[in-house]
Design a protein around this ligand. Structure first.
Ligand SMILES: Cc1cc2nc3c(=O)[nH]c(=O)nc-3n(C[C@H](O)[C@H](O)[C@H](O)COP(=O)(O)OP(=O)(O)OC[C@H]3O[C@@H](n4cnc5c(N)ncnc54)[C@H](O)[C@@H]3O)c2cc1C
Length: 497
């Protein structure tokens, strides 16, 4: 009986919340343990001096994934979240011009044609194929538990795998369509969300282009945290119990089963454990050596998505020339990428991203002020000191000031920085990664760490270090598919006895 099962979910990030909702909906007694005082994990918010900052995600893509999750429970997401579409979706700032990505796809086609003759029609056919990949993937592929390669040795999947370009590189794919460096950078940008370089990412992920450039860029009024609030309300409605400010410190085993968990506030008996905390942390810090599926050597050999240096700023005036999303691609992208992946070091001439949600949403800043979030991707595990953070703050601020053509430094009324050390201490993030394990050619689907432990019978994993990968929509799907696997296993076990 499902309702005889007490499940401990470690972590209240997107994947933990979604798996908890799914399990509680089936009648299970679900308890979420979160080490931090707030829910949401990397998608938390904080407020200070009248400003409200989303700490992590700001790009809302794949709106159907959010909608469909709520539909599963006969709920309408839009009863919880007021979603608006941004126009322009975003802007890219190059050294000699700025390109705005329009909300309407046909306007983007015209823009491509202006930059490169024939590129408009090529964009249409690229997008048609990307849409097919999106539809097939969202219907079937991403909901595969990826426990074994055998799941993929089906005629229809093998046929689809070639059609979907699972085994070829995104860079080679996009180069077949476009030549102009600016068009290449527009097309390659969505891939950066997956944590690896376009040359190492399967061409399957042109589905990201479909989402970002055709479906469009959305914003939940009040901030991304409104989505977390929506998940939380649904979880409470389904009867999930939350234990905040409570870190899980040990998984106590009898034989091959966890019998209870130790937490910072005491012991707790469990039937099943589903960890949404970083996979490496759960294995290496909460389990004895002989019960770990993967070794430290394994984790060291993985390609992690980058870490980030982030600044949250409150500015006591309005800033001209910034849009909601601004990508500063005014330096050499290849060099910065090499300094993240090939030769990890603090970047020589960084690219960075500036989000200004107060352009869309007045609730994020006091009247006539601006809320600014700056993110500079960096290699994981770099030495992170106040001096280094300050050095990059000055570099970034100078570049923003040069672009907007006005002084900002004297208008800063709030400033907080966040980097490698914070990712480690707040989320137990391996090497201080910001968004999990990259979706590379060698780390996709069944090549990812598995959602079920091979050595502990009642332990499951979800989140951005397992399938399908990094990002809020994949974390929603991950929570859903792991919860379903757990339920399926219980039912199969009951059928046997
Ligand atoms: C700076 C940044 C920007 C991003 N931008 C975007 C974006 O624009 N769009 C997008 O779609 N995605 C974005 N992402 C990615 C997205 O936020 C993540 O993929 C997603 O939120 C991860 O959810 P998760 O459940 O896998 O993990 P997490 O959110 O990390 O949740 C895991 C939780 O486990 C808790 N935990 C860890 N150890 C323990 C323990 N021992 N006991 C109890 N609790 C524990 C942690 O505190 C955390 O709350 C961004 C991420 C970051 C960091």
């Amino acid at each position: 009986m499902l309702n005889n099962n007490k499940v401990c979910v470690i972590g209240s990030g997107v994947s933990g919340l979604c798996s908890a909702i799914e399990l509680a909906d089936k009648g299970m007694d679900v308890h979420v343990f979160e080490k931090n005082k707030e829910i949401g994990g990397r998608a938390r918010k904080f407020s200070s001096d009248g400003f409200t900052f989303d700490m992590g995600p700001s790009w809302y893509w794949m709106p159907d994934v959010f909608e469909n999750f709520f539909k599963r429970f006969q709920k309408n997401l839009y009863d919880y979240v007021n979603l608006v579409k941004l126009n322009p979706g975003f802007q890219i700032i190059y050294d000699n011009e700025t390109i705005q990505i329009p909300e309407k796809f046909e306007e983007l086609v015209l823009l491509f044609e202006e930059i490169e003759e024939g590129a408009g029609n090529k964009l249409r056919s690229f997008m048609k194929e990307a849409e097919t990949k999106y539809i097939i993937s969202m219907k079937d592929l991403v909901f595969n538990p990826s426990l074994s390669i055998k799941e993929f040795i089906r005629a229809d999947v093998i046929k689809a795998a070639f059609k979907l370009h699972l085994f070829s590189s995104f860079k080679a794919h996009v180069n077949k369509y476009f030549k102009h460096p600016k068009l290449l950078s527009i097309m390659e940008f969505p891939i950066l969300f997956l944590g690896a370089q376009p040359k190492d990412t399967p061409a399957l992920y042109s589905l990201m282009n479909y989402s970002g450039l055709k479906q469009g860029t959305f914003y939940p009024m009040g901030g991304f945290s409104k989505v977390i609030d929506a998940f939380y309300s649904l979880a409470i409605e389904k009867g999930v119990t939350f234990h905040l400010d409570t870190a899980v410190t040990n998984l106590h085993l009898i034989g091959n089963n966890i019998s209870y968990i130790e937490t910072s506030k005491g012991k707790f008996d469990v039937d099943k454990v589903l960890s949404s905390a970083d996979y490496q942390h759960t294995e290496q810090s909460l389990l004895p050596l002989e019960k770990r599926t993967y070794s430290e050597k394994y984790w060291k050999s993985r390609t992690f998505a980058p870490s980030s240096l982030i600044f949250y700023l409150g500015i006591n005036k309005k800033i001209q020339n910034l849009e909601h999303h601004n990508l500063f691609f005014d330096e050499d992208i290849q060099k910065h990428a090499a300094e993240i992946y090939q030769d990890p070091k603090w970047p020589t001439k960084p690219l960075f991203y500036v989000c200004c949600p107060s352009k869309t949403d007045e609730s994020t800043a006091p009247a006539s002020m601006e809320n600014i979030f700056i993110l500079m991707p960096i290699a994981t595990d770099l030495i992170d000191t106040e001096e280094i953070r300050d050095k990059y703050f000055k570099i970034i601020l100078n570049r923003i000031q040069k672009y907007v053509g006005e002084d900002i430094s004297q208008a800063i009324v709030f400033k907080r920085s966040y980097c490698v050390a914070d990712f480690k201490s707040d989320y137990n993030a391996y090497k201080g990664n910001a968004y999990g394990l990259a979706n590379t050619l060698k780390q996709t689907a069944f090549l990812k760490p598995k959602i079920k432990s091979k050595k502990v019978d009642n332990l499951y994993y979800t989140g951005q270090l397992t399938v399908p990968g990094p990002g809020v929509p994949p974390s929603i799907i991950s929570g859903q598919l792991v919860a379903n696997q757990l339920i399926k296993d219980i039912k199969e076990h009951e059928a046997v006895i």
